[in-house]
Design a protein around this ligand. Sequence first.
Ligand SMILES: [Zn+2]
Length: 444
Amino acid sequence: MTMETNIRPQLAIEARWIIPVTPDGAVHEHSTLIVDAGRIRDLLPSADARQRYQPLETISLPHHALIPGLVNAHTHAAMSLMRGIAEDRSAITWLRDHIWPMEQQMVSERFTRDGTLLACAEMLRGGVTCFNDMYFFPQAAAEAVLQSGIRASLGMVVLDFPTPYAANADDYLNKGFAARDELRDHERITTCLAPHSPYSVSDKVFSKILTYADQLGVNIHLHLHETTDEIARSEAQFGMRPCLRLDGLGLIGPNLLAANCTHMTDIEIETFAMQHAHVAHCPASDLKLGNGIAPVARMVEAGINVALGTDGAASNNRLDMFAEMRLAALLAKSAGDAAALSARRVLEMATINGARALGMDDNIGSLEPGKWADLVAVDFSAIEMQPCYDPVSHLVYVAGRGQVTHTWVAGALCCERGILAHMDHAELKEIATQWQGKLKPFHQ
Ligand SMILES: [Zn+2]
């Protein structure tokens, strides 16, 4: 047998622990990840790696866990500019009386680009390498994505009412398709159809969206059953719950990612499981808006692919996937079963499940040869992290985003010890300050 030796890949990362998440949930101690041309080439014991490879660069992380980049499966990145602007209000009041009127006056390409830039900075610093976005002006969001180095799935948003972005549903769709065409050659950007919700999109428009999704082979990303109010209004208007309405329209299927799903009956869970639809669980936002707690343990048990999202910073108020992981694990146990949703399951939700929900699991979501090197290093050396019997449980129950030291996307280092490679901190602060001045009249 001949052994490949002296191969010169781009990068070797030696770490105390490497946690690939899939295929088998194993934790590799004192191992090395080999990266070449932006993709993962190999994962092997460090002693073997030193014999086999002569990398152009070696990074040693003796007290760290190397994990897949976190996938934020549902957010509205540009809303980072609205962080903390309309607090302690129920979802429906928050949206209809505060957020939508503010957006009618303030949203622009500039708003989206600046807000998304701020969000990308926050996410990269906190170990998020990919986010699934739903907002206006996707080309402007794309500018921020391309500058920051992060990966994103950008929604072609659709609503039935006019906004500064589009006049009507057809206009939203046409603008979305134009954005899709313009962005199709960028490796770090994908697009999906994003009808906002069953209460803001008509049956006729949903049918069109379904046809386009089938023709183009793109996913559909929407909010569903976020509040009891949404369900009650649907029962009054359509004589049925939104989930049943969407099922009747043929929307529930393997290319659907429904965010929130805070209120789901057993039959609705069964429908989602049978149709292989995906859920983006957003625990912090659902709690803050008083929506409730999604029945995640039941959804997971039924076989639904449940991913994890922050929702927007206007309702969270953090784009912090470590906080979401801990909250998701604890909330799932609140029904009285401490075994519900283990740390391992939650780490899967924040990584490979998110990748699956976005149809990107062939390329991201775990540390397996052939996938993009979207990676995060978490430092375990702090006193607060001692002792450590199980690094996976520590990632969920002990670590915070402050422990993230390195974030790579496609093998490129986008953030090291809080310093962003492609964004200037002073400029980001200036952008936030300028928008704070403009949005201040809306702060109540
Ligand atoms: Zn949302």
